[in-house]
Each structure stands twice: as C-alpha cells, then as structure tokens.
Design a protein around this ligand. Structure first.
Ligand SMILES: Cc1cc2nc3c(=O)[nH]c(=O)nc-3n(C[C@H](O)[C@H](O)[C@H](O)COP(=O)(O)OP(=O)(O)OC[C@H]3O[C@@H](n4cnc5c(N)ncnc54)[C@H](O)[C@@H]3O)c2cc1C
Length: 394
C-alpha cells in the first residue's frame, strides 16, 4: 500500500494542474488514470492545437445552477496566469477570433508543460491504473486500483465528464460523488450541435454541407458564428454554443443574413427585378448559392416575379431568412459533445477550495463539477482555476 498526502483521480488538465500546484507546495502526490497517456482530452482539444484559454474570461461564460460559484477560483487564477506559464515554457501561441488562444504547433506542448512541471515538483503520474473503488478510512481515503491500493489524507476527483467515451470518459466521478451523498445536477451532452426532427430532416433535404455566417438564438442567448448544415442537423461553432444553452422543448431561431437589418434586406429585394432563377442567382451575393436556391424553392411560389410580388409576402420570405425557427429533436450526444453540462452540485462544494462540505478531504475539480464553459477556451480555464484552487488547499 502506497501512502500520499493526496491522490488525484484523473490526469486531465484539471488533475495535472492540481498535482503540480500541490507538489510544488511540498505535498506528496499521486495522480491515477486508466488511460495509456496523461493529458485527458488535451491532445484532441482545439483541433489538436488546444484552445488553452481565452483573453476575456468571466463567470458569464459558464453555465451552472449557481452562476456565482466559479467567480472565486476564476479570479484567483486568471487567463493571464496561464498565459505566463505558457510563455515561461517558450510555447508559441496565437489568438483567433473572440480572444481564443491556441498553440501554434500542438496541444502536446501543453501536456508536456503540465507533466514536466508535475515531475519536476515530485508528483507521481501513474497511467494504466484502473480505479476499482474509493472509500473513506479513519484518517483519509483508500483508492483501490488494478495495480494495488493507494492511501491519502486527501482525495481529489478530476475524472471529467461523460463526453467522448471512446477517449476514456466514464461516470466514475459522478459515482464517487453519489457514494459520498453529494447531489448532482442534471447531466446532458453540450457543445455538440443539434439534430433535426423527422419533418425538418425532410424540409432540409439538400442543405447538407452548406456553411455560412449565422446568428442563432435559444433561451434568450444569441451567438453569431459559423453554421454548418449536416445531413442530420446543425453543427459549426454557432450551433455548438447554442446547444449549451438549449433545453428539450426550446425553440431555436436562426438569422441566415445577420449582416443586414430587416429593412436593408427588404430594400435589397424591392430594388431587384426578375424571376425566381434570377433572384436566386443575385442572392448569392450575401448567402451561399445553394442556400439561396433551396430557400427560394421552399418559400417562393413557382411563378415568382419580383415586380408583382406582394410586399407582405416578401416580408414573410425575409422573415424566413432572418428568423427561421425550428424545434431540435435533441443535441448530437455524448459521442461528439465537447463537454457534459451539469455535474457535482456546487452547493455541495466550497467555492474557495473545491472541497465537499459533507466529506472533508474530498475535492472535485474540472468538468465533473456543475460549471460548464462556452466554446472558446473557457473549459480549460475552469480546469486550470479549479485545479489550482484545490491544489493550494490540499
Ligand atoms: C474534441 C474536444 C475538443 C475540446 N477542445 C477544447 C478546447 O480547445 N478548449 C477548451 O477549453 N476545452 C475543450 N474541450 C473541453 C475540455 O477538453 C474539457 O472541458 C476538459 O478536458 C476537462 O478537463 P478535466 O481534467 O476535468 O477532464 P478530462 O480532460 O476529461 O480528464 C479526465 C481524466 O480522467 C480519466 N478517467 C476517467 N474515468 C476514469 C476511471 N474510471 N479511472 C481512471 N481514470 C479515469 C480520463 O482517462 C482522463 O484522463 C474539448 C473537448 C473535446 C471532447
């Protein structure tokens, strides 16, 4: 039996940040993970370049039943802190739109940074350790794995969410929370886009592959970004963002021409002449040609003639283009979701240390907690900030 000050379950971004923070403070730390290599989802993040933070991060960029919970940790470990860490390791990075920061070369650089700092500080990272169970002992916790037992005064759960099961995601973090009597909020796949119902699938036959700048609104929150029609629904950054805020039964509204006001769009049509074919071709100046064609076929009469088209019907057509509504059958699901929305109820945890109020010495950090970031580097900033908060407290 090996004894440590702290055992951390999960060697993803949150677990490694926690381990290096605690080890630097002189704590003996072991990180246990069943995967072959450390880093969790880092290696596949940001298309392989890891969107490791965002220049502007506030609690508003997160969804949680308690919108205030994340504030304390986020204010004590800011994007600038992580940027300084990245720079101190000589990792080149660049900024994309909306303040998103990515490695120039590879997400592996972030893994090497974290693992290197853990090892330098003396933390042990033990991969290929399948966790069988975690239990309370008289003076701490006992974790049983297929490679033997580990005891520790403090136990940190950093096992992430349910998304991307093919990458090793399991429900173990939630199971441990329940085992210790902690409540969970409702779990759902998020940042995954939408799936059409049967009717929309029929209506939108032939749209698959169209990509355009669009504004999507659901639950009173709007995003403007790239939208992609797939054969089954909507993907692309704007659909991923919206899926985080959507609840079953909510309507989703799309503006396919966000660059124009309604008056400008009406004016554009009113100043044209021609039949349906001519209008389709001219619309290609502001929407993809295929979208123009499919929309005109769906919503304009066969004998369309711009000169004789009643204003009220033109207004209705513009409304379809700028306020198209649909009821998703659901979101895409855990197989493709970037995150799991929901998790360990934040009312169960200290916002300062991430320690469970009902189970002294037990901590939850990263995605397993009910704090879910928007697309754009926010989820890793939460992993760093919550990992740091717990690492300082162990
Ligand atoms: C394709 C994709 C791209 C993404 N890109 C970005 C991005 O660019 N920027 C961003 O901010 N966020 C991104 N995310 C979200 C981000 O990856 C997560 O929010 C983040 O990984 C959470 O970190 P974590 O340490 O809490 O969990 P994870 O990184 O999921 O780590 C959990 C670890 O626990 C281990 N584990 C799980 N179950 C067990 C078990 N039973 N026994 C032992 N070990 C176990 C896993 O092997 C894993 O190593 C992306 C997600 C996906 C799926």
């Amino acid at each position: 039996m090996k004894a440590f000050d702290a055992v951390i379950l999960g060697s993803g971004g949150a677990g490694l940040m926690c381990a290096l923070t605690a080890a630097k403070r002189g704590k003996t730390v072991a990180v246990l993970d069943h995967a072959a290599k450390p880093g969790g989802k880092l290696i596949i993040s940001g298309g392989g370049r890891c969107n490791f933070t965002n220049r502007e991060v506030s609690a508003e960029n997160f969804v949680s039943e308690n919108e205030h919970f994340a504030k304390s940790a986020l204010s004590r470990y800011t994007p600038q802190d992580f940027i300084e860490l990245v720079e101190s390791h000589g990792i080149a990075y660049h900024e994309r739109k909306h303040g998103q920061l990515f490695c120039d070369a590879s997400a592996q650089q972030i893994i090497d940074l974290l693992v290197g700092d853990c090892v330098k500080a003396g933390a042990q990272i033990l991969q290929k350790h399948k966790i069988r169970k975690a239990e309370k002992t008289n003076d701490g916790y006992l974790v049983t794995t297929d490679q033997g037992g580990f005891t520790a005064t403090k136990l940190v759960v950093a096992t992430g969410g349910l998304s991307f099961p093919k990458f090793g995601a399991t429900s173990i973090g939630y199971d441990i929370a329940k085992q210790f009597g902690l409540k969970l909020t409702e779990l759902a796949p998020a940042l995954d886009g939408f799936v059409f119902g049967a009717e929309d699938k029929k209506r939108l036959d032939g749209f698959s592959g169209i990509a355009l700048d669009a504004k999507m609104t659901t639950n009173g929150i709007s995003f403007r970004e790239n939208l992609l029609f797939t054969h089954a629904g909507f993907s692309g950054p704007v659909a991923l963002q919206a899926s985080l805020h959507w609840r079953p039964g909510d309507e989703v509204r799309i503006n396919f021409v966000p660059a124009m006001t309604r008056d400008e769009l009406m004016e554009w049509f009113s100043s044209r002449k021609g039949n349906k074919l001519e209008i389709k071709n001219q619309m290609a100046s502001f929407v993809p040609k295929r979208l123009a064609e499919r929309f005109c076929d769906l919503y304009l009469p066969e004998n369309f003639d711009m000169g004789n088209f009643p204003k009220a019907r033109l207004a209705a057509f513009c409304e379809q283009l700028q306020d198209w509504r649909f009821l998703p059958a659901g979101t895409v699901g855990y197989g493709k979701a970037e995150v799991t929305r929901g998790g360990v109820d934040t009312n169960e945890l200290s916002s300062k240390t991430m320690e469970a109020k009902k189970a002294p010495g037990l901590y939850f950090i990263g995605e397993v907690v009910d704090v879910t970031g928007w697309l754009g580097g926010f989820n890793y900033q939460w992993a760093w900030a919550s990992g740091k908060a717990a690492g300082e407290a162990l």
